[in-house]
Write a protein of this length. Sequence first.
Lengths: 189, 189
Amino acid sequence: MHPKLKLYFEERTHISEERLMALAPFFRENTFRKYAFLLREGEVCKYNYFVVSGCLRIFSVNLEGTENTRYFGFEGKFATSFTSLISRQPAFESIQCLEKSTILSIYRDDFYHLVETEPAVNAIYRNILESAYITTQKRIYDLQGADSLQRVKWLLERYPDILSRLSNKIVASYLGITPYTLSRIKAKL
Amino acid sequence: MHPKLKLYFEERTHISEERLMALAPFFRENTFRKYAFLLREGEVCKYNYFVVSGCLRIFSVNLEGTENTRYFGFEGKFATSFTSLISRQPAFESIQCLEKSTILSIYRDDFYHLVETEPAVNAIYRNILESAYITTQKRIYDLQGADSLQRVKWLLERYPDILSRLSNKIVASYLGITPYTLSRIKAKL
DNA sequence: TAAAAATGTTGCGCTATGTCAACGATTTGA
DNA sequence: TCAAATCGTTGACATAGCGCAACATTTTTA
């Protein structure tokens, strides 16, 4: 099993070395080039992804053509369209590499089989859902009603790396402001 | 066990009548008057609530004093500050009745004990987290970048009752617009 | 049930931020 | 490696929606 994934499990749950190793075969490692799509809007999401290195984003495009990014998955994070994975319905969002990335993929049915049969995976899944829930709730509370400056400061406090690591266009689509406004705000900081 | 809660379980999981009945003693029934608080910001949330009748809202107040509502719990829904319940940290949000309400409460430790020991409750909890996650994700996608008119239409499509059942002030705090703007938009619909 | 408090409506001015345009800088891929 | 494409920056302009105020209406509670 990849050491990054092993670490992920060890930090979040108790599981014997032996049973942890039994999980390894379910994860397949791939590398993807920058801008590669792991999922396109309209497809049914069939995998849960674990980012070994690089970075993913999950985003959708609205009717006016504006991109809306809701999640960045950096090294050591899981990322998938849970909405599609859970419901088996076509995703309304896409998953894309923002850098050359090394990714471990676990097939949907394998993943949910493990959630049902391996307590450690059940606990991990619960942990992922709980964290994702808390994060999104906080995001709504913090950003709803906040002006652009507050949004950028919010990002700087929470995820200071993002602003330097990713392009303005991508960051703006995450903050819900235009790249023009973001550019102006950065100039004043 | 209250028939509304029984129905909730039966619609979402398989469990024998007998074991379902064994869960009943963990839930205590109370009625609260309109505007009563079940949780105030800063307190640690100790209960998960199930709404038998009436309506709860979960909201916070930002530094400027603007209220921000993130969830309405109507009849047949669970509602709690999961962030506080999970982390055992003080809540940054409050839970308030918007109508005279009948509520079933289950104590935090009892609830998580059942999550660990009763597969049906584990499944229910997973289901709640999954649904909450999907709902919040969609909310972010749908509302971020949307103007006030789009927000009101979004509400009318998804939760048409809310607009007639709750006050403009409350609805506006859910949509992230001012009551003034909401009033003007309603006049034009 | 009546007084008080809260909420809804609407006019007005202001400001933040979106849109468009032009151009320089950076990135990308053949 | 270099041409083409994308992205960043900045000015000018337009406008959605906020804040305030004043008054009407509804709701609350004593």
